[in-house]
Design a protein around this ligand. Sequence first.
Ligand code: NI
Length: 273
Amino acid sequence: MATPLPPATLPDLDSTSRAAEIEAIRLQLRSWPEVETYLEGCKGVIVPLGSTEQHGPTGAIGTDALTAEAVALEVGRRSGVLVTPTQAFGMAEHHLGFAGTISLQPATLLAVIHDVVLSLAGHGFERIFFINGHGGNIATTKAAFAQAYATAASRGLPQAGRLRCRLANWFMAAPAMALARELYGDREGHHATPSEIALTLHLEPSLLAKQRALPEPAAAGPIHGPADFRRRHPDGRMGSDPYLAQPDHGARFLDGAATALTADLQRFLAEES
Ligand code: NI
């Protein structure tokens, strides 16, 4: 199984040892014999799942992918579990009324996640831990897991009975939600939230230049497609005040989410089949 956890510390983005630890868990930088050797000791893998969609007038289009990837790499660093490339396109149909958004239809995303799981399962991975940055992906991802289990069984994969997929939404991790409440109260809102924007400011300091005070946001409400979303939420925000976001808050969100999700991952890896 995975290597033991090092003590949780606030991440230092400039640390060369931290960079080397992250390099070591990126699947993209491993050779296939290294992956085979890894599988002899650990059957777990982390898949970052994001979205490429508008995040209000001041937030980055890549917010959900950047944040999911950062949390996934930090969880991988702390646990020694491999991290795949980020699936940066998600289900963002309702954001298509805003320039820059790229969406996969639910059926497309379902097929992508299904195929990712089946590819990994075919090599012997048995615990597939998705770290997600976008609420709109949740329903489709869970449907994809059900489909993947059915396919694994019907293809007669030897480990079909031991295959487990788990969806972990970093923004719903208890420490992240508590910190958002403490720092922003009900100004956190539901989309283009200061918590996710804070994390992007921590990761990409150039984004600070976009920050400015914004008018009162439209309140969160039901969504019925892209045109309806843009009419109800003309600047893309849902009840949020991203101007409250600070880069040092972002470091705290990263640490809190990574701490909770690393513990979730360790429990997931230790579960009996
Ligand atoms: Ni988001």
